[in-house]
Design a protein around this ligand. Structure first.
Ligand SMILES: Nc1ncnc2c1ncn2[C@@H]1O[C@H](COP(=O)(O)OP(=O)(O)OP(=O)(O)O)[C@@H](O)[C@H]1O
Ligand SMILES: [Mg+2]
Length: 466
């Protein structure tokens, strides 16, 4: 059985000691503290499975502590301990979600039984949660680069709140995945995640899609219709491509965000809804505001917590992981034979400029899995666009479409030349071209420069210390 972590919060020293002894003896992991404040601080750090909590303590009382703990982690079970048979407190504690109530003086058997029951419940809840995570494999965010770790942390942080989130980033970087992850990790995950693609709905229908309509409210409204906001009650609504909302619809969305109320098309009645809004766009909304196509007040309402989805070339280290993930995913889904990828082919994957981000990579991997012969995907299997040599790419001006592209390509060529000149010694190259070493690492990753294998362990390589 996995180890169950418990915490005892009680101002009586002898209770702390005796309960700890009993539970330790039964192989529970136990920590103790004599006041509520410290209890909450410890809980934040360690996420105990079970907390035994005294009701009457000087300072922060047990019921207040209980409230805090339940908000921090609804999966933990809290057992209240009380000195006097306080029936009112027991009722209150039950309402707040306490698992059970123990009376002092504590009976050893009752204590163990109650803790055991709570442990069973915790294990069951965790198992269910794990099952759910398996079914959510489809929405897993793959990547272990720094950028991804940071993104994951941000997702976790905002998931616990009800704040409106605005996800920005290039097309194909995973904005929809991020939105689903926020919902799945939130306390609303038992309720619906309702997705609305604002760009795909004709302007004249968007209001009725979002807010519903009354029968006969416009030509074609034969039936009463429930809107997406209604559907998402107590859950989350995902306003994808929010930059494409018409200005009229923007005004209505602003109203929901401000008042928490919706109004069906053709109805005078305002209706309260409890919906968490997650929005996404690949447009630069600040530019849209300047152009007059996006309301500034709505932008501020949406952008409460901004989350940026990094493009793939900013996290090239994730490319091998993503390839592996999609190779497994598509072979399992279609019963294809699992394939490997050759080193030169992998190098091309790492160097390519991925304008279509993860979506493009995913499509290429799927295609290669079907089309390539043999067990290993080789360089010559790759689409021609990926095979253009770096030199051709950099200085065939016809291939360079923008100033940004030009800077990117010429920087890459320069760095490659210099690295070669100094035999891929990174410390030396950085010194010679006069940039900080850490900066050079970032640039190498960003431009997809491959350091030859046999040199990777040398002094000054990414793996050695300064
Ligand atoms: N980090 C990731 N791990 C695994 N799959 C990913 C990741 N990022 C994106 N994908 C996959 O790439 C594809 C595109 O992702 P998604 O639809 O979320 O992009 P998007 O940012 O919403 O793009 P657009 O702006 O074009 O709507 C999806 O199939 C998604 O599953
Ligand atoms: Mg999308």
């Amino acid at each position: 059985m996995e180890e169950i972590k418990t915490l005892i919060i009680d101002d009586e020293k002898n209770i702390l000691e005796s309960v700890k002894m009993v539970l330790n003896y039964e192989n529970y992991q136990v920590e103790t503290t004599n006041n509520g404040m410290d209890g909450i601080a410890l809980f934040k750090k360690n996420r105990y499975d079970i907390v035994l909590l005294d009701v009457k303590m000087p300072g922060f009382g047990g019921l207040d502590v209980l409230k805090n703990l339940k908000e921090l982690n609804p999966f933990s079970e809290i057992i209240m301990i009380s000195g006097h048979s306080g029936i009112e407190e027991a009722v209150e504690a039950a309402k707040l979600g306490a698992f059970d109530f123990l009376e002092k003086p504590l009976s050893r058997d009752k204590l163990l039984l109650t803790v055991r029951n709570a442990a069973e419940k915790v294990i069951l809840l965790k198992e269910n949660y794990n099952l759910k995570t398996i079914s959510e494999k489809k929405y897993r965010l793959i990547g272990e680069s720094q950028a991804m770790e940071k993104l994951r942390q941000n997702i976790k942080k905002v998931a616990r709140t009800n704040s409106t989130v605005l996800i920005t980033g290039e097309s194909g970087t995973g904005k929809e995945l991020i939105a689903r992850n926020i919902h799945n990790l939130s306390l609303r995950n038992k309720n619906k995640f309702v997705q609305v693609n604002c760009a795909a709905i004709p302007e004249e229908l968007i209001e009725s899609e979002l807010f519903g309509h009354e029968k006969g409210s416009f030509t074609g409204a034969y039936e009463k219709k429930i809107g997406k906001f209604d559907n998402a009650h107590k859950g989350s609504i995902f306003l994808d491509e929010v930059g494409d909302l018409s200005t009229k619809a923007q005004a209505k969305v602003l109203r929901v965000l401000e008042e928490g109320e919706i109004q069906r098309v053709g109805s005078a009645e305002m209706k309260k809804v409890d919906v968490r809004v997650i929005a996404a766009t690949n447009k630069d909304l600040k530019k849209e505001i300047k152009k007059g196509t996006f309301r500034e007040d709505l932008y501020f309402r949406l952008n409460v917590v901004p989350i940026h989805s990094p493009c793939l070339v900013e996290r090239r280290d994730d490319i091998p992981l993503l390839i592996e993930h999609f190779l497994v995913y598509f072979s399992e889904e279609n019963n294809y034979k699992r394939k490997k990828i050759s080193k030169p082919a992998m190098d091309l994957f790492r160097q390519y400029d991925w304008k279509g981000n993860v979506r493009e990579l995913r499509n290429i991997v799927e295609r290669l899995l079907i089309m390539s012969e043999g067990d290993t995907i080789a360089e010559y299997d790759l689409p021609d666009s990926m095979k253009i040599t770096k030199e051709e790419n950099a200085f065939s001006f016809t291939n360079i479409k923008s100033w940004k592209d030009f800077k990117f390509q010429s920087e890459r060529l320069f760095l490659e030349e210099k690295l070669k000149e100094y035999n891929y010694n990174i410390a030396k190259t950085a010194r010679e071209i006069n940039i900080p070493r850490s900066n050079l690492y970032k640039k190498i990753e960003y431009s997809g420069i491959i350091i030859p294998d046999n040199l990777e362990a040398d002094e000054g390589s990414p793996h050695s210390e300064e």
